[in-house]
Design a protein around this ligand. Structure first.
Ligand code: GLN
Length: 469
């Protein structure tokens, strides 16, 4: 889609202004019921489009010049509200833009608005937003997934050509799977996090939601690279072709996760695995016993980091300030009580608990060593295999009227958190439908630095599925 649109824009068959207006019209029609966008930046979008048209006329601008996109509500845009869908940051206007926004701006991409998400990116449905849930465009009775549910729904409903999300434990891949789009999480540090409001810094990754792996790759090419303002960002991305290293592509399937997969999701996954096999790939089932600790390890570390990162919202340095209070302590306590929602408070408390003297060794330190074990486990698998394939959401879709116990919600992240623990790239592609005609996603993972190889392979898989070969 980006390739075709870009050609038309560069050839002058359409203008960025016309393309942007067509998206604005669709957003006006569909967003009130979908709730994908929480902030509409149409004046800015029109100004961005006019700038893009000038760039195009002058023969400047790359493949994203004039292409309209959506941004998750946790990326700073200078002078425009960025709120993480939290009362705590309502009305906050950053004084700088995130690197992602800066890069897209200099390419001439057009920002349409900011999208709905679970408060501070903590959740799996996007229902934990102060603006209410985003509906799944395929069937509004279902959640769009989370936490980047607004971004996934915007792409699935064609209210943006592509969208930016953040993925700490699956928040780009899982909503992509739920909405039937492509969701790409590069390796940790492949894209600068500067200006992405932190949830759990050692996992937080900028991700891309798009109509295809090919589109995600085009956006990734613009965003990838080191940044002096994020010292965890890196330039180290290789340019291999799938299977280039030694012949046939080898794919591992993790038995621990497959065993815990719902039947209809497993069926769709099995069909896709057949297609990959028919295309010449070799597949094998692999066991990684330490994976059973992945969720516990993720939730302990993520909450610990969140409790520290969210300490800045005290009504003094950042965030909502309570109107009535007796002294400074009371002011901070009331500001945080009023500003944060239930899930965020729960995680801050859990995080503070596991970091306490006396519990630190039992929980936090243990979780860190398990994380390393899991990371080593992946390295071992990648010595023999090029990619790992898994269902993205083994537990299937979530209905909006479903009352999930918190631990069941966390269990849904079983297949996505391992890639964040290990910092490796992973992508979710749509591979079919479940018994309720809702989309099913397959996740492919690759070793660190192999983003391009992964994107090319996912692109090939998407094309084969489309052609039924
Ligand atoms: N569902 C996971 C969580 O709530 C992942 C969130 C994310 O990736 N931001 O932590």
């Amino acid at each position: 889609m980006i390739g075709e649109l870009s050609k038309k824009l560069h050839a002058g068959h359409i203008t960025a202004a016309e393309l942007t207006d067509s998206y604005i019209k669709r957003i006006e029609e569909k967003n009130p019921s979908l709730n994908a966008y929480v902030t509409l930046l149409f004046d800015k979008a029109r100004a961005d489009a006019a700038r893009a048209d000038k760039m195009l006329k002058a023969g400047l601008g790359g493949e994203l010049c004039g292409i309209p996109y959506a941004l998750k509500d946790n990326f700073c845009v200078k002078g425009y509200e960025t709120g993480c869908c939290s009362r705590m940051l309502e009305g906050y206007k950053p004084i700088y833009s995130s690197t992602v926004v800066e890069k897209l701006e200099s390419e001439g991409a057009v920002l349409l608005g900011q999208t709905n998400m679970d408060e501070f990116a903590m959740g799996s449905t996007s229902a934990g937003s102060i603006y209410g849930a985003t509906k799944n465009p395929v069937n509004p009775a279902y959640a769009a997934g989370g936490s980047s549910g607004g971004s996934a729904a915007a792409v699935a409903a064609d209210l943006a050509v592509f969208a930016i999300g953040s993925d700490t434990g699956g928040s780009v891949r899982q909503p992509a799977a739920f909405c039937g789009t492509t969701g790409f999480k590069p390796g940790y540090g492949a894209i600068s996090r500067y200006g992405l409001i932190a949830y759990a810094s050692s996992f937080d990754t900028v991700g891309i939601l798009a109509g295809s792996a090919d589109d995600a790759g085009k956006v990734f090419n613009v965003l990838a690279g080191g940044d002096d303002r994020d010292l965890t960002s890196t330039e180290r991305i290789e340019n291999l072709q799938p299977g280039e290293a030694d012949g046939a592509v080898k794919i591992a399937v993790l038995s621990e996760i497959l065993e815990k997969t719902e039947e209809d999701v497993r069926q769709a996954f099995g069909k896709m695995a057949e297609i990959l096999k028919n295309s010449g790939a070799e597949t094998g089932e692999v066991s990684m016993p330490c994976l059973k600790y992945a969720l516990a390890s993720y939730y302990i570390i993520a909450c610990a980091e969140a409790s520290s990162n969210l300490g800045r919202y005290d009504g003094v340095r950042y965030g909502h300030r309570a109107k009535e209070f007796t002294d400074a302590d009371d002011m901070m306590a009331k500001s945080r009580t009023e500003g944060f929602g239930r899930e965020v408070k729960k995680r801050i408390m859990l995080g503070t608990y596991v970091l306490q003297t006396g519990y630190y060794d039992d929980y936090y330190k243990k979780a860190c060593s398990l994380r390393e074990k899991i990371s080593d486990g992946f390295s071992g698998i990648f010595e023999k295999y090029d990619f790992i394939a898994l269902p993205t959401a083994p537990k299937g879709q979530i209905r909006l009227d479903e009352k999930l116990a918190p631990t069941d919600m966390y269990l849904g992240d079983l297949a996505t958190v391992p890639a964040n623990l290990a910092g490796i790239p992973a992508i979710s592609i749509n591979i079919g439908r479940d018994r309720n005609q809702m989309p099913v996603g397959m996740q492919l993972m690759a070793p660190k630095g192999r983003e391009r190889e992964l994107l090319l392979f996912a692109d090939e898989a998407e094309k084969r599925l489309k052609d039924g070969i």
